[in-house]
Design a protein around this ligand. Structure first.
Ligand SMILES: [Zn+2]
Length: 297
């Protein structure tokens, strides 16, 4: 309870905070009891759900994307929002944390209803959605729009954290190129870049040293974009960074003489949703907590 009071006091000051939760210990977060806000009119520390959703849809230009999932409001909860939780994936652990935090809305990068998945609400899908509906918590999800956005997107946020200068898109000529390319502030060896990624992301990357030359020009695409390695090779960069790796990626890197780093799908995609949560806290005066559910991949 004391920890919770401290957290709430801190959040009232900054209205945005970080929580790191290991996958099995999320219940350590103490409960915050609060009334349902269905019939409450918004004040200076809350906003109507539809206003918040319209703001995000328009900010991220979500209607412009052909995506693998619906972008925007996926599950409707309370009509008024005063507290939001953000996280990478709407897993059961994150959903439970949002309910326990008393969130009105959960904002994620990986939501539900992916193309090709079975439609019936059974198994873990039923449990996750039931928890959100029972808690009256909305689910707001942005996938590609939150990878690509030029200020809040995962790719530009990763560059900011790593100190990389952005020169352009990984796919020249595509205004909505998902990945980016650019330059390091100063050339680094492959080992030195691996160490920096490990320090910044809190997780050691897998590094395939396709050559031993220093890295100055770099391309990157957060998430599972190992399939884009050839786009990076076509740009002539020294290194390509993404979240995941496949068996052929190693040979492609070696045979083309490029450094390849798999720095974690989850680890590289924390920062877009967190930046959007901070923006919403600032824009509407609402409380925001980023909840990091540990994921080694
Ligand atoms: Zn992803």
């Amino acid at each position: 309870m004391i920890a919770d009071l401290v957290c709430r006091a801190l959040s009232l000051k900054s209205r945005s905070r970080d929580l790191r939760i290991q996958s099995n210990s999320y219940r350590e977060i103490t409960m915050t009891d609060r009334p349902a806000l269905d019939h409450v009119t918004p004040d200076q520390h809350s906003v109507e759900l539809r206003v918040l959703v319209d703001y995000c849809d328009s900010l991220l230009d979500s209607a412009a994307y052909q995506d693998y999932c619906p972008n925007g409001l996926q599950i409707e909860g309370r009509a008024v929002v005063s507290r939001i939780v953000t996280g990478v994936t709407a897993s059961q652990a994150l959903v439970d944390a949002a309910v326990e935090q008393g969130a009105d809305l959960l904002l994620v990068h990986h939501g539900y209803f992916w193309k090709g998945e079975p439609a019936p609400l059974t198994g873990i899908k039923q449990k996750r959605i039931k928890t959100l509906l029972a808690g009256n918590v909305s689910l707001l999800a942005y996938h590609l729009p939150l990878d690509v956005h030029s200020e809040l997107g995962n790719n530009v946020q990763l560059a900011k954290l790593m100190g990389w200068r952005v020169a352009g898109g990984l796919e020249p000529g595509n205004p909505r190129s998902i990945g980016l390319h650019g330059e390091l502030a100063e050339a680094l060896s492959g080992d030195a870049l691996a160490k920096q990624l490990s320090r910044v992301l809190g997780r050691p990357p897998l590094h395939v040293a396709g050559n031993d030359r220093p890295i100055k020009r770099i391309a990157w695409c957060t998430g599972a974009a190992q399939g884009y390695i050839e786009k990076a090779i076509a740009l002539g960069v020294d290194a390509y960074v993404t979240g995941e790796v496949s068996e052929p990626t190693v040979h492609i890197a070696r045979e083309n003489g490029i450094h390849f780093f798999a720095a974690g799908h989850h680890a590289t995609e924390r920062y877009g949703v967190k930046a959007l949560g901070e923006r919403l806290a600032q824009q509407f005066g609402i409380e925001h907590a980023f909840v990091d559910i540990d994921n080694p991949v």
